[in-house]
Design a protein. Sequence first.
Length: 130
Amino acid sequence: MRYMLMMHVGRDDGREAMEWAPQDVKNMIEFQRAFDRELEDNGEMVFNAGLTWPDEARIVRDGDGGPDVTDGPFPEGKEFLIGFWVIDCESEERAYAIAAKASSSPGPGGAPMGIPIEVRPLAGPPPVDL
């Protein structure tokens, strides 16, 4: 079964990492790379990516004569999506275990950050005959 694991951070949390000691940043990046390699080695990684800050996002709707593009999501949101993994694993319990490991990424001083990771099963396409 495929799942999307979504890493959310608070409005200020993500930018705080830019002020960490260089070794703390290095430790976090090394953890993430090793975590991704483990998922790849286990055959569980489908795709993953980090995202830019929300101020670079745009909302697009179909408009008169072309796309209607506006700023968004709105900055008053308390949390935002900073990255994600799409995994393929044998059970919901395994998806939760993977998410818990992602959540434990080290922060300042090596302490696990406890980052919220949303786990959501991927739905297939709707049936053609409804």
